[in-house]
Design a protein around this ligand. Sequence first.
Ligand code: MG
Length: 212
Amino acid sequence: MPIGPAAGGARALLRNRESLELLSDVRLPPQWRREGWCLYSCPGNVRPSAKVAGFDFDKTLHFGGSAWRLSSAHIPPKLRQLYEQDGYKVVIFSNQHGAGKQKTPERMRDTVLETITRFEEFASFCGFPLQMFIAAARGDVNDPFRKPCTGMWDLMASCPDCNGGIQPDASQSFYVGNSAGRLTDGNDVDRDFARRVGVDFHTEDWLRPGHR
Ligand SMILES: [Mg+2]
């Protein structure tokens, strides 16, 4: 019997539920926590602030490959200035789809730990404390944590451990991402995420040295 869109959607939801059970069994590294399909890290030494400098990860801060430290060399000084001199809290909000598709406990554990390691290595590269939120669900089930939905921002704003009781001020915050709906972009989820949260939006060009 052919599978129509409704049946395909139901199958995706079923697999999503099964994969979420696998995810819930993964023992996360210290400082990492999970809410639904969102994995997040809020180190206790991040200074709370109402001003949030939010960033997408892939192709905004991290450009992949074994030479990523070279291609991201312009990033740490800029982020550190935002945190240490301009009074922002730096937060990464990233969609990652690897974990959401895993079907065995071993593959789920390996994928989650590989993903978290990539973010932890980047945080070490930056050399100051930052917060990280990862939406790990598959992309076809409308998970509320995946951009352009605002679940990751809402979790950051409501979690008492994430900001010392201080509410983020959207009017003083901004978000930077490479999915902006330009001709060569695959989509506009970053621009749409910023619009829904109510913060200013910049493309990754904003991070380039000398950009103003
Ligand atoms: Mg990106």
